[in-house]
Design a protein around this ligand. Structure first.
Ligand code: DX5
Ligand code: ZN
Length: 226
């Protein structure tokens, strides 16, 4: 499986519905929402209200919601109601990550946990049966357009082995600094879902055709590597 999840943080923020509809029309399966609260990370982005209003217009595309907020357990229900299909939290943002991911799953959507660059995959070994996705950060969370941290590739490999040994059905997603050059290596290491902000949107004309073409370029890079 190979999935691209463009991060709307690098899209035209004044045109979020239009941008999402263009991605949907271009046949892109997922779209990535970066929710930041100015506390867990320095930046503030958007909340459940914005996601809900885009969901009213774009009903088919999968909403991959990445919560970079403190105490996500206080807000997950509003993101579920807004139309999220997957909610990813950071383990240290809550006292009880297990309870939080179980709660997300109980709403019949996918749950995920994210690891920052310094974090060892073994720290979430006991969460594997309770999540659908592990999101490995390729940069420190907070901003788009940062440089990819190379050790992420070895970490994806290590996590992939851990998942295989656990026999759990968990997909690896990589977020931050992902581009056409490192996707093939990440794919070979075991990642299947790729978030891309600046390298997907930058320099791309904002049309359905341009987004379709960009998506095909990303896919082709992985197929060649396979
Ligand atoms: C960083 C966010 C990412 C970011 C990706 O905190 O989680 O999703 O928008 O942007 P690029 O691809 O530009 O690193
Ligand atoms: Zn993200």
């Amino acid at each position: 499986m190979l999935l691209l999840s463009p991060s709307l943080l690098s899209a035209d923020l004044g045109m979020l519905s239009e941008e999402t509809l263009r991605l949907q029309s271009a046949g892109i399966p997922w779209v990535h929402w970066d929710v930041m609260d100015g506390r867990y990370v320095p930046n503030i982005t958007l909340g459940a209200g914005v996601i809900r209003s885009v969901r009213e217009r774009a009903q088919e595309i999968f909403f991959d919601v990445h919560l970079m907020i403190e105490e996500p357990e206080r807000h997950v229900d509003s993101f579920i109601e807004a139309g999220a299909n997957l909610i990813v939290i950071h383990p240290e943002s809550t006292r009880h990550p297990h309870r939080c991911v179980e709660h997300i799953r109980s709403a019949n959507i996918l749950s995920g946990i994210s690891l920052n660059p310094h974090q060892d995959p073994r720290m979430i070994e006991y969460l594997l049966p309770y999540v659908d996705v592990i999101l490995i950060m390729g940069v420190n969370p907070g901003f788009s357009g940062q440089r990819f941290i190379e050790s992420t590739i070895a970490k994806v490999e290590q996590l992939s082995q851990l998942i295989t040994a656990s026999c759990c059905e968990v997909r690896i997603e990589v977020d931050g600094g992902v581009n056409i050059d490192n996707i093939p290596q990440l794919y070979t290491a075991g990642a299947e879902i790729f978030v891309s902000g600046s390298s997907f949107f930058n320099g791309t004309e904002k049309t359905v055709e341009a987004y379709r073409k960009r998506y095909q370029e990303f896919e082709a890079g992985c197929v060649m590597q396979k």
